[in-house]
Design a protein around this ligand. Structure first.
Ligand code: NDP
Length: 263
């Protein structure tokens, strides 16, 4: 039996154990997936090795620490410095990022998106905005504080705080902050969000499993918006493909994983 886990803090809300265990069981893969609340991100590698995990997912707030913990980084994670999936390769930790592809999968139904306003400047914001940039979109990152915006500036992104953001018609506004995850707060002052959403075409929230205050505000403005469930599905399918050594069709993993959403 191989063991997998999700590391986070908080982590109790995570649906990943349900999703991956259902896929493992229904595809006949001998694996078990659990959740681990980790306060100190610097303990990630030792905890992973002590538990003899075969693989893991990483969520808030340890995705950057996960990047540091890995012995080797592959693919898109190299570009963003953010890891959400780790595979144990004979004691070496190999890091990947499947979040950005998961999100691109989620917004496909919105059609062509040219301008995006990303709310938040953490790990998820980084992965998504780099992918948006790769797709040729015009990306602006807005964060409540200046600190985390510096690296984005260096990478050539337009950045703004609540005070300096340009209120113009963005095709898509994405909430990647954790505002609304465990509380009922909005990711920015309501008056500012009202002005932005009034002009926007689509909204999306990375948070899943609840209608966040941000999503409620989107619907007040009659905006087509989606929560993070499809992003969760997309990143989960790709992570499961890595966990199971790419031995199953992606479509089979996706079908099984989708089933677990109704549990
Ligand atoms: P990080 O901790 O790396 O970043 C959090 C960001 O949110 C920071 O920019 C922070 O701003 C901002 N923030 C936190 N609280 C507030 C608040 N009350 N008001 C305004 N801004 C706030 O988190 P991640 O990027 O890893 O994750 C962000 C969210 O995305 C989480 O809710 C997570 O669950 C969700 N997620 C969902 C996925 C899915 O599959 N659906 C996949 C990945 C993430 P500051 O710099 O000022 O502190």
């Amino acid at each position: 039996m191989t063991l997998f886990a999700i590391f986070g803090d908080p982590v109790a809300h995570s649906r990943s154990p349900l999703m991956h265990n259902h896929v493992f069981k229904s595809l006949g893969f001998n694996g078990c997936y659990t959740r681990i609340q980790l306060h100190d991100g610097t303990k990630l590698k030792q905890t992973f090795l002590d538990l003899k995990l075969s693989g893991a997912n990483i969520t808030v707030p340890h995705k950057e620490a996960a990047f540091e913990a890995c012995d080797e980084i592959r693919g898109f994670a190299n570009k963003v410095g953010v890891v959400n999936t780790i595979i144990n390769d004979n004691g070496r930790l190999i890091g990947y990022n499947t979040d950005a592809d998961g999100f691109m999968y989620a917004i496909k139904p919105f059609g062509e998106i040219k301008t995006v306003l990303v709310l938040g400047a953490g790990g998820t914001a980084k992965a998504l905005s780099m992918r948006f940039q790769d797709e040729g979109m015009d990306v602006t990152i807005m964060n409540r504080s200046e600190g985390r915006l510096q690296t984005y500036k260096k990478d050539g992104f337009k950045t703004a705080t609540w005070e300096s953001v340009e209120v113009k018609p963005y095709d898509l506004i994405v909430n990647t902050t954790s505002a609304g995850l465990e509380d009922e707060s909005l990711p920015a002052p309501k008056e500012l969000l009202d002005a932005l959403l009034q002009k926007a075409s689509f909204g999306a929230d990375a948070i899943y499993g609840k209608v966040t205050p941000f999503l409620k505000l989107c619907s007040t403005h009659k905006l087509t918006a989606k929560d993070g469930a499809d992003m969760l599905l997309g990143q989960g399918v790709l992570a499961n493909d890595l966990f199971t050594n790419q031995q199953y069709d992606l479509s089979k993993i996706e079908t099984r994983m989708k089933e677990s959403f109704s549990f």
